[in-house]
Design a protein around this ligand. Structure first.
Ligand code: FAD
Length: 467
């Protein structure tokens, strides 16, 4: 009987373990921290709710409104009421707290028969030529002791679902990938202030919030997740970029209290090797986060499921040990299904996040109803959306226009949409009484240092933490 260890109990690991256990395969699911709160915006597409049978209880908020905010603070409202139907509110972006969602998926896998081990895998002996059998050494925390008890387990196959700093990837010599760093503060707002974010999320673009990504304010149960990301080479800027997001969103964050500061790497490219011997990587360990949107939860869950389905099929539900070739079939299916999505989003990121003029054009483009529908259809339902010839021509023209503006950088002056809820005088008066407490230290900004310019090489301890 086939023995499988799934290392990592995030969405990718739990969804893999669930499929394996359902098929009757002997499965161990290792998670170092059962109450782990993965640093994450927690936004999930609607299709994930049905496809992974998620209960409503794990969704904190159903977002139906997005504000795209340009470098000059031009605000474009994207409302699902306009894109879809006003009456039928069935479409939404789900906002989750990862500690809630991950615990649900993990416990479901355990209920279906996976052996859930509260343990940190510290070493993997991969056998000769990395072909197994594999011996995992781990610290077992199930007794509740802090130090854990050293144990070993022998298995025939490993699914590496242990996130961006994957130990399984190291054991199989999977190679490195380019990564981004993301920084996030969870800010608790008074109930009255939270009303503004009832079903609204914000995305900010501009050099001040990220030279190559975007900043966000995503609503959760009783707080907002405020964060930003940037490529590894700009890592030293991350705190000044976070200060940039706070500055831009300050009108809505007055009187907030930072309740958690978190940071984590985000893989930006698949690893050079995702299957070696009988070890396969899924989710962040494999490098499955999309560019442009930084979306990884759905792709983690889906890759865990697809990898496990391949294992079930190739092993005839656990009767034989799959070969490396068998496991590689999962990669082929994955690349065929999502290769184009990754490529298109990488191109969009290169075009639209390259400079502030291109970003202005990008936000302006988001005002177009066809662009909104196309974006939401492909995000919410993860399907390739067919466009009529007119839509294709229009989209191409808008993209060329954005590209040209980015290249030639003409001066663009926009009149900000007055949708910010307060006047500056009112904000300043409120901030004078009480400002955001906790989190990073934000100095009062002079106009001259509006753009991110901190050369501080100080590394946030959270960035150097291994997941
Ligand atoms: C700040 C930030 C914001 C983000 N926002 C979004 C968003 O809004 N929407 C979205 O779709 N994606 C978002 N992402 C990306 C998303 O978080 C990841 O793509 C997703 O969590 C990947 O899931 P995973 O299961 O592959 O890995 P993870 O979620 O990282 O899970 C890995 C698990 O393995 C465990 N583990 C690690 N090592 C070991 C070990 N040696 N032994 C035992 N257990 C181990 C960890 O404790 C963890 O629970 C964001 C990422 C960041 C950093």
């Amino acid at each position: 009987m086939l023995r499988v260890a799934v290392v990592g109990g995030g969405p990718s690991g739990s969804c893999a373990a669930e499929v394996l256990a359902k098929a009757g395969i002997k499965t161990w699911l290792f998670e170092r921290k059962l109450d782990n709160a993965k640093p994450c915006g927690g936004a999930i597409p609607l299709c994930m709710v049905d496809e992974f049978d998620l209960p409503e209880s794990i969704i904190d908020r159903k977002v139906r409104n997005m504000k795209m905010i340009s470098p000059s603070n031009r605000e474009v409202d994207i409302s699902l009421d306009k894109v879809y139907s006003k009456e039928d509110k069935s479409e939404y972006i789900g906002m989750c707290r990862r500690e809630v969602m991950d615990a649900f998926l993990r416990n479901r896998a355990a209920d279906l028969g996976a052996n859930l081990v509260n343990g940190l895998v510290t070493k993997i002996d991969t056998g000769s030529n990395r072909q197994g059998p594999y011996t995992l050494t781990y610290s077992d925390y199930s007794s509740g002791e802090i130090t854990g008890q050293a144990k070993t387990l022998e298995v025939d196959l490993i699914v590496g679902a242990d996130g961006a700093n994957s130990r399984v990837a190291k054991a199989m010599d999977a190679g490195d990938y380019n990564y981004a760093v993301a920084f996030q503060e969870r800010i608790k707002l008074p109930e009255k202030e939270m009303e503004y974010y009832e079903d609204l999320a914000e995305m900010y673009v501009g050099t001040d919030v990220s030279p190559d990504f975007y900043g966000w304010v995503f609503p959760k149960y009783d707080h907002v997740a405020v964060g930003t990301g940037t490529m590894q080479k700009n890592q030293s800027l991350i705190k000044s970029l976070q200060a940039g997001v706070r500055e831009r969103a300050k009108k809505r964050l007055v009187h907030g209290e930072v309740i958690k500061v978190e940071a984590h790497p985000i893989p930006e490219h698949p690893r050079p090797r995702r299957v070696v011997g009988r070890m396969a990587l899924v989710g962040d360990a494999a490098g499955y986060v999309t560019k442009s949107s930084g979306e990884g939860i759905y792709f983690a869950a889906k890759s865990g499921r697809m990898c496990a389905e391949q294992i079930v099929e190739s092993s005839q539900a656990g009767k034989r040990i799959p070969t490396e070739g068998d496991l590689k079939k999962y990669l082929k299916k994955w690349d065929r299904k999502y290769g184009t999505t990754y490529t298109v989003l990488a191109i969009l990121q290169a075009i639209f996040y390259s400079n502030d003029t291109a970003r202005e054009a990008f936000v302006a483009m988001c005002d177009d109803m066809d662009v909104q529908r196309l974006t939401f259809d492909s995000y919410l339902y993860k399907k390739v959306v067919a466009m009529n010839p007119w839509q294709q021509i229009k989209l191409s023209l808008l993209t060329v226009d954005a590209l040209a503006r980015g290249l030639f950088r003409p001066k663009t002056i926009y009149k900000p949409v007055p949708s910010a809820v307060r006047s500056d005088e009112e904000v300043n008066a409120m901030l004078a009484v009480k400002t955001i407490t906790g989190g990073i230290k934000v100095k009062a900004k002079k106009d001259s240092d509006k753009n991110a310019s901190s050369k501080s090489d100080e590394r946030d301890p959270a960035l150097t933490n291994k997941s």
